[in-house]
Design a protein around this ligand. Structure first.
Ligand code: ZN
Length: 345
């Protein structure tokens, strides 16, 4: 019966949900082409009695509109998504864009190199917070209350509070304090990290830079151990034959204290602009840990002794790569950074 067929196909169309453009095309081929179902039902309509035609004509026309409506709706749905796809993908015939490879930052390269050298000597890496209190950054390290490094000009204070200000650490020595407070000797560790000083930015100074400090505390640690360790370090970093010399110096947290120079990395001691004709360049500060610092951290200074040293990674990098302006390290200029691409390790 024609009426039953219309009913059955109406249901089919109402439940039709296309999931691709191919489904829509299949729908068109089934219902709307010249040999499709809509046409064939109209053919069949011609054969029914005049009485039946009266009721069925309207039903059949509604069925036709339903089929055509469904087709248009489905078609526009997939045309739209096809357009969206085109916009996202762009012109697929165009040549692709090259992906630029990143490279390690020169400071990361040098930090890694320094860490590797000390690891071979049995030093472990220790890290601590960049926001510190007065105790860990100054007091425990034997800084007298009136010491100029505590002045507002040198330190970025975050919060002033009675007896224990909060500030950005000015050196990674604070990590040494935390390490000694938390454990028992022997300690043999290096502390790489970023530090902050309230200074005007220029080619030679910056408000933040990076340090690697080292600490060795055990029974019978002597200045000779310190000299030998650092001598080995510069041979590894700058090559065999690099000379070292120690000059007496002063730091609140070491006694005795020294500054260490190495033979100029450019002229090898003959004299040049970098070393101002002297043949020597300063590389780090060091000394025997002041007994007061050991006691502040709960370590028996009669039983234990230790040495400590600290260097700026920027300084070590400048000597290695002859970089003359500190600001290059933080400007992210890819022309500068790309020069280290071959150093990916
Ligand atoms: Zn020189």
């Amino acid at each position: 019966m024609l009426q039953d067929k219309i009913k059955q196909y109406t249901e089919e169309i109402e439940h039709f949900v296309p999931s691709s453009a191919a489904d829509v095309e299949a729908f068109r081929l089934k219902f709307l082409v010249s040999k499709g179902i809509v046409k064939s039902l109209f053919e069949e309509f011609k054969t029914v009695s005049a009485e039946e035609k009266r009721g069925l004509g309207k039903v059949l026309n509604e069925f036709k509109q339903l089929a055509e409506g469904k087709f248009e709706e489905s078609q526009s749905q997939f045309q739209q998504s096809a357009n969206t796809l085109k916009r996202v993908e762009g012109d697929l015939t165009l040549p692709g864009e090259g992906l630029e490879l990143g490279s390690r930052h020169p400071l990361s390269l040098v930090r890694k190199e320094i860490v590797e050298i000390f690891k071979k000597l049995g030093f472990v890496v220790s890290e601590g917070p960049e926001i510190e209190d007065d105790w860990h950054n100054f007091s425990a390290l034997n800084f007298p209350p009136e010491h100029p490094a505590r002045d507002m000009q040198d330190t970025f204070f975050i919060k002033k509070q009675e007896g224990n200000d909060i500030a950005l650490r000015t050196h990674t020595s604070s990590v040494q304090v935390r390490m000694m407070e938390a454990g028992k000797p022997p300690f043999r560790a290096i502390m790489p990290g970023r530090v902050y000083r309230n200074e005007a930015i220029s080619a030679r100074a910056h408000c933040f830079f990076h340090q690697v400090e080292g600490l060795y505390v055990d029974e019978n640690v002597s200045f000779a151990d310190l000299k030998q360790t650092l001598f080995h370090f510069v041979q590894e970093l700058y090559g065999n034959g690099t000379k070292v010399r120690f000059r007496p110096s002063y730091f609140p947290f070491t006694e005795p204290s020294a500054e260490m120079d190495i033979s100029c990395t450019i002229c090898k001691g003959a004299g040049c602009n970098l070393c101002k004709g002297s043949g020597w360049v300063e590389i780090l500060g060091c000394g025997m840990v002041d007994p007061n610092v050991l006691e502040n951290c709960g370590i028996d200074s009669k039983k234990y002794s230790g040495f400590a040293f600290g260097m700026g990674i920027e300084r070590v990098t400048n000597l290695k790569y002859e970089i003359k302006d500190l600001r290059l390290f933080s400007e992210n200029d890819s022309r500068f950074l790309a020069q280290f691409e071959t150093e990916i390790i």
